[in-house]
Design a protein around this ligand. Structure first.
Ligand SMILES: [Mn+2]
Length: 250
């Protein structure tokens, strides 16, 4: 039987996780390993110098889960080291509250959980909904429908090593699917000093270059689900020749 491991970064109680795990039940046996608390924007964090608390949790849909007191990647790492059935056929991460496109993926716990899966040899799909207000299971229904379709293809086909699929779904009606590349984000962070003198990063949600055709930002901005293949080899291959021309000598 097909084995699916579902995770997220919004935490084990998030409605997007519940909607996703329910939508995947017809495709196979589903287990969950998710952070106990919201770990959004935690990046690819590995907890090495603190203990990780793990609690068994059954989701409202009956899915067997564990809540991990660490990052999303920690949850996948623990799963791979024996706390869940391993290897599953696919790790599915999401559905995140808010999109994860362009440079977002380096911050995203949703995406880095998927990257942790491929580091451990299991293909993965990261799924995000471009709606930061989505807070009920019903808000994720359309995204979960689209997610299950893409997961079905990912199970039937084969992803190359160290490659994940990053799926972003627009709010509202989905016009179709576009295969995309990463676009360019524009972040609008601002610094806010707190009464005690400490600082907090605040500001408006990021925008980006929405005009450049073929990017993830462009697709979602035009009502399409965006599917981007992401490779963990971050070498700037297109820059190697120019770098060689620097002729660095020691
Ligand atoms: Mn999140």
């Amino acid at each position: 039987m097909t084995q699916l491991l579902v995770t997220n970064d919004d935490g084990i109680d998030a409605p997007g996780l519940l909607a996703l795990s329910s939508a995947l039940l017809p495709l196979g046996a589903v287990q969950v390993a998710a952070p106990a608390h919201n770990q959004s924007a935690s990046g690819h964090k590995k907890t090495l110098f603190n203990d990780l608390h793990v609690q068994p949790r059954t989701l409202p849909n009956g899915v067997d889960g564990i809540a991990v007191g660490g990052s999303p990647a920690d949850g996948i790492a623990l799963a791979a080291m024996g706390l869940r059935r391993w290897p599953p056929d696919l790790v599915v991460s999401g559905i995140n509250r808010g999109e994860n496109m362009s440079q977002d993926i380096t911050y995203s716990g949703t995406v880095t959980a998927a990257l942790e899966a491929v580091i451990n040899g299991v293909p993965a799909v990261a799924i995000s909904l471009a709606n930061r207000e989505a807070d009920t299971v019903a808000d994720y229904a359309e995204a979960a429908r689209v997610a299950a379709i893409v997961v079905r293809y990912a199970l039937a086909q084969r992803l190359p090593p160290l490659t994940i699929l990053n799926l972003n779904i627009p709010a509202g009606t989905v016009q179709g699917l576009r295969l995309t590349r990463q676009g360019v984000r524009i972040y609008r962070d601002a610094l806010q000093q707190q009464p005690d003198g400490s600082y907090r990063i605040v500001g408006e949600p990021p925008t980006g270059n929405l005009e450049e055709t073929g990017t993830d930002l462009w697709a979602v901005n035009n009502g399409y689900a965006s599917l981007t293949p992401i490779h963990l080899d971050m070498t700037a291959h297109h820059f190697m020749a120019d770098l060689a021309a620097w002729d660095i000598r020691l």
